[in-house]
Design a protein around this ligand. Sequence first.
Ligand code: PLP
Length: 410
Amino acid sequence: MNAPAAAIDWAAVRADFPLLSREVHGKPLVYLDSANTGQKPEAVIAAVDDFYRHHNANVSRAVHALGTEATEAYEGARGKLARFLNVRADELVLCSGTTFALNLVAYSWALPRLRPGDAIVLTRMEHHANIVPWQLVAQRTGAIIKVAEIDELGRLDLAQLYSLLTPEVKLLALTHVSNVLGTVNPVREICREARKRGIVSVVDGSQAAPHRALDIAAIGCDFYAITGHKMSGPTGTGALWARREHLAEMPPFLGGGEMIKEVRFEGTVFNDAPHKFEAGTPNIAGFIGLGAAVDYLSALGMHHVEAREQALLDHATRALSQVPGLRIFGQAPDKAAVISFLVEGAHAHDLATLLDLEGVAIRSGHHCAHPLMHHFGVPATCRASLAYYNTFDEVDAFVAALNKVRKLLA
Ligand code: PLP
């Protein structure tokens, strides 16, 4: 075993995840699709269950005891998440996930501001959630999109990126960690360069928040988006952090209950941020679950999570490098535990389907990153993504299963 020296009982951690002990097709499940969605520990499942069993009520609308309990728990979760990200709670808009968060920036910040001739800079490695909203804005405003490219290891070409940051650029949107390559981008340095030039920066933190200790305040960006289901929390939860001055200036994205102070037919006075952007009944139970997930990750310590995942990644990379005909996409020195690969002569979907029959869950496809697939000239890759609850034995079982199925396809 290559377990890191950290004083954590990782076998006990794994035992906290009920789903991981199930079988698939008669084989022990090896879940290597955490970049897609993370599995949930008992503490998160219990928090959601407890809310519905004992506290269920709507937030902010009722003075009765249950309403107060629900509101306190929901706002408590916002506070936990804010501390986890090192931001102020009143700068954290709770929403359904990164997709919503990025669309909120696109519709409330960019759409009213951008003009014909303005430009938006994106990178080659963006998820569709950080491309399509900007295309919709560009179509409606006459702005153009420019793209920062990557090098052969899957790192951003920083010189080329900075050369794109010309005066007509109003916004730079980039991912912190690539969901395909695993590349960890130097967002602090990049956002500093953007800020020097008066360019607003938006960081997609979907793949960073589950794996790295985050200090959003230190990154120096303008907006940072996260999604809860990849952080061992429930689906339908996430957040947008934004600088207070942006939140104050941005018009609401959706109208409805909760986001108002007073409504008359003559006009409405909106609530203060972040509530101004939280129309309607939120995913209360989900956020309480996310608060429990944040507690869970904080108790482990994100530096331990990162070290554990780095050790698993190193082990998996070494083992996969021995597989004949296997090519890894993305070999940046600073890399999260995501391995995209292809095996010569085998289609990605065939490999993933046969691996599933061996109990191994990996993802195959374009990973919502068509422009990156076009760059590599492939329609799809396989992707094994690891989390702290995986084991070295699982990595070995995956590589053994891969060697078995690739021979069937040869
Ligand atoms: N951005 C990245 C880098 C992702 O990996 C994902 C999810 O796969 C998203 C955005 C979208 O997240 P969600 O579907 O939770 O909104």
